[in-house]
Design a binder for this molecule. Structure first.
Ligand code: NAD
Length: 256
């Protein structure tokens, strides 16, 4: 029997087959979960819908996480279809391209608000809707972060601030829903070639340094993140909440 046999998992953040969320979806499917997907907009729909169909997804719904109505609509359809929810995956981030290059001093008020809204606040908004559906089901909520939320990386700029807010939100949320048996964790992944990463100036340089300096002397894969996601969303980690778990070839432990 699979680790997630019969579990209902709602996954936000698949844009294509390189998305971290897609590797997570495949791992969850393999372990017996029933899947639903929420996608950002019509541009990604043409890639997400066929992928979702290939794993027999029961729901594939549009949701721009800046919209409270979109979010409410997704969760009401999940309630109608499944009557509850076991797993929520939040694998979403966005900042304007101009904010992800050059000096952090040039961060704009609008760019800051947008990055924090999509990349950090949205976890709180989704968790608020998910929590009542997880009642009595030992639910698990998972988000994706990056080391740039803890240390300064060139060009990561406002996204680093958003990831810091996201990681602290994981801890506050873990406390807020812990009494209902719901766990909230994050994976801090090493650099991976995805659409989101393509927007970060100097991405290749960062990946090269990880391959040189990380204890494992290589970059990670989407499948390795998915393995950790499986652990954090399954009963294997039932005593773990409020954690930021690194899947980064150990890069974060290196001083110099
Ligand atoms: P990706 O581009 O495949 O995924 C990002 C997703 O965010 C996309 O599906 C996009 O449609 C979605 N999104 C953006 N704005 C949205 C909105 N307004 N509403 C709904 N969805 C929206 O790239 P990815 O690398 O798989 O990113 C997933 C997560 O992993 C992000 O939080 C990212 O910061 C994090 N992460 C990525 C890396 C990396 O190197 N790729 C490393 C660590 C953490």
């Amino acid at each position: 029997m699979g680790l997630l046999e019969g579990k209902k998992a709602l996954i936000f953040g698949v844009a294509n087959d390189k998305s971290i969320a897609w590797a997570i979806a495949e791992a969850f499917k393999r372990e017996g979960a029933d899947l639903a997907f929420a996608y950002a907009n019509e541009t990604v729909a043409k890639r997400v819908i066929p992928l979702a169909e290939s794993v027999g997804a029961e729901l594939v719904l549009p949701c721009d996480v800046r919209s409270d109505e979109d979010i409410a609509s997704v969760f009401s359809q999940v309630r109608e279809r499944w009557g509850g929810l076991d797993i929520l995956v939040h694998s979403i981030a966005f900042a304007n391209k101009e904010e992800l290059k050059g000096s952090f001093l040039n961060t704009t008020r609008e760019g800051f608000a947008l990055a924090l809204d999509v990349s950090a606040y949205s976890l709180i908004a989704l968790a608020k809707e998910a929590a009542p559906l997880m009642e009595g089901r030992r639910g698990a909520i998972l988000t994706l972060s990056y080391f740039g939320g803890q240390k300064v990386f060139p060009s990561y700029n406002v996204m680093g601030v958003a990831k810091a807010a996201l990681e602290m939100s994981v801890r506050y949320l873990a406390e807020a829903v812990g009494q209902d048996g719901i766990r909230v964790n994050a994976i801090s992944a090493g650099p991976l070639k995805t659409l989101a990463a393509a927007g970060v100036g100097g991405f290749n340089q960062i990946a090269g340094i990880v391959a040189d300096k990380a204890p494992l002397r290589r970059n990670i894969t989407q499948e390795e993140v998915a393995g950790a996601a499986l652990y954090l969303c399954s009963p294997l980690s039932c005593g773990v909440t409020g954690e930021v778990h690194f899947v980064d070839s150990g890069y974060n432990i290196i001083g110099l």
